[in-house]
Design a protein around this ligand. Structure first.
Ligand SMILES: Cc1cc2nc3c(=O)[nH]c(=O)nc-3n(C[C@H](O)[C@H](O)[C@H](O)COP(=O)(O)O)c2cc1C
Length: 197
């Protein structure tokens, strides 16, 4: 049987819109944030194929609050980007909170994602990246602070994380519950551990 023999209903994929707080993404597709890839030019190419949520490259909270030229480039958006989506990385609640506040107060983002997925050993060895949810108090502190600052501008805050550090140190269920209780709009799960890269 070829595709053209199938009834129309079988070839059409109907999915409900993606709701993130006050944002509705009619085409419920999210482009994974990729450092060095998902810049304005790449997101422009994606938009030519239709709607979706196209997340920026990751920016570190520290560099953003210091307004380094590279971090200001990363958070820049084209005028026609309807949902300006920024991904932040940070390891302490205060700096992450300041970065979120800056994005919200200066109206530089419509959606903010926090990255807890970095698998690089140099980062996880120090307890950052994908290892950070293991430190539950710190993880909760960062997420609660970010949600609180984002809420002041009605900006939905999401998190992206891995299953855990390795198979003996899985974090995603507890981290997911904590994030939900902190008020995140959604959780994205990268279905591998850091040790699986
Ligand atoms: C080149 C590259 C850069 C990435 N940079 C980021 C990043 O900055 N932030 C992030 O959360 N994930 C990053 N990722 C992970 C992706 O967002 C995604 O979670 C991962 O590729 C898993 O999806 P896949 O199995 O389809 O590859 C990166 C992945 C690639 C390949």
């Amino acid at each position: 049987m070829t595709v053209t023999d199938l009834p129309a209903s079988a070839t059409k994929l109907e999915l409900p819109p993606l709701k993130l707080g006050n944002i509705t993404v009619d085409t419920p597709v999210v482009l994974a944030p990729m450092a060095g890839i998902t810049n304005t030019a790449f997101r422009r190419l994606c938009r030519e194929y239709g709607g979706g949520l196209y997340v920026s490259e990751m920016v570190t909270s520290r560099a953003l609050v210091e307004r380094t030229p590279e971090s200001m480039r990363i958070i820049a958006h084209d005028d026609d980007e309807k949902v300006r989506s920024v991904q932040l990385y940070g390891v302490d609640p205060e700096t992450v909170g300041r970065a979120v506040r800056m994005l919200v107060e200066e109206d530089r983002a419509d959606h903010i994602d926090l990255n807890f997925g970095c698998p690089v050993a140099k980062v996880t060895r120090k307890g950052g990246g994908a290892a950070l949810p293991w430190k539950t108090d710190l993880f909760t502190g960062i997420v609660q602070t970010a949600v609180r600052e984002a809420a002041k501008g009605n900006v939905p805050l999401t998190i992206k994380m891995r299953k855990g550090i390795d198979d003996d140190h899985l974090t995603y269920l507890e981290a997911g519950r904590m994030a939900r209780d902190a008020g995140v709009a959604a959780v994205a799960l990268h279905g591998r551990t850091a040790s699986q890269f």
